[in-house]
Ligand binder design. Structure first.
Ligand code: ZN
Length: 295
């Protein structure tokens, strides 16, 4: 009889580990937005490790050994998807865990926005600036948690429904704010190509000045182009998400009369001391900053 034990164990190990009644679902999240959303749905029946912290660039995150360990122990691993986490395959292999992986963005019904990365066209991964997309993400999370812990299905459903109502109210509020802005002033000039979903949802036109990053010293032609665009579009404010070049910013604002529009959260939530430490807070911050600057 003992002879069959290794075989039996081997067979069991291949299945997802069942979550015992009363035990929380262990979640490892690679997105600050998803860390918040899974807590909203999961309440005290989830134990969430947010591996990508606020302020860390999710495009360039490098998992530390401790992160790999948390992924290995997780029942559920959440990523933004659509190519945001270029390290995903490597992390999945090196963790060797048995948890379920979900690239949330890949499960959503989204407009097909692209952006340029190292000269190639790729899918735009910044879906979370659309509240419609966030609502779908909540559904995907609710379903996944309910499958992993069927005993808590009603609990997850109740919490997801309550949070969806919050998102509905958030969307109504955002549309009222944007409506206070004259239509021809709904122009978004940003340095990080991250707001296409935002622009579609709230009726803005994007004039991207991507390519002028903190590393680049933009050519004088590029700066001249920017100045012409800002002037031609009579844009009142410009948003610099990843330019830390004070000389270029000073030149642009001096030549065009546009002001610096304040900080937008482009890649995820702010830290606990900020007004953008939750998904709702991030949307409120970005809408308020954009509307106030363009008025
Ligand atoms: Zn980004």
């Amino acid at each position: 009889m003992f002879r069959f034990l290794p075989l039996l164990l081997g067979g069991l190990m291949a299945l997802p580990l069942p979550i015992q009644a009363g035990q929380p679902v262990k979640v490892a999240s690679l997105s600050t937005v998803l860390t918040d959303l899974v807590k909203q749905v999961g309440g005290d029946r989830v134990q969430v490790s947010g591996l990508v912290k606020p302020g860390v660039d999710p495009h360039d995150f490098q998992p530390a050994p401790d992160d790999v360990k948390k992924v290995a122990q997780a029942d559920l691993i959440l990523a933004s998807g659509l190519g945001m986490e270029g390290y995903l395959t490597k992390l999945e292999t090196s963790s060797g865990g048995k948890g379920q992986w979900i690239e949330i963005g890949n499960k959503l019904n989204l407009p097909k926005f692209e952006l340029e990365e190292d000269g190639a066209k790729v899918r735009d991964p910044h879906w979370f600036h659309s509240i419609t997309a966030a609502r779908q993400a909540v559904d995907v999370i609710r379903e996944a948690l309910s499958k992993l812990s069927p005993a808590d299905k009603d609990y997850f459903t109740q919490r997801a429904t309550a949070y969806q109502a919050k998102l509905d109210a958030l969307e109504k509020w955002a549309k009222v704010q944007v409506a206070s802005l004259p239509r021809d002033q709904r122009k978004l000039v940003t340095s990080h190509d991250a707001f296409q979903y935002f622009a579609r949802e709230f009726g803005f036109t994007i004039y991207s000045i991507a390519g002028v990053s903190s590393q680049d010293q933009p050519s004088s032609k590029k700066v001249a182009d920017l100045i012409r665009t800002i002037q031609a579009q009579k844009v009142k404010a410009v948003f610099f998400e990843n330019i830390e070049n004070p000389k270029v910013i000073a030149e642009l604002t001096r030549e065009t009369g546009a002001k610096v529009g304040g900080e937008l959260y482009a890649d995820g939530l702010g830290d606990n001391d900020s007004d953008a430490s939750t998904y709702e807070g991030m949307i409120r911050h970005n809408i308020t900053t954009v509307v106030d600057a363009l008025k």
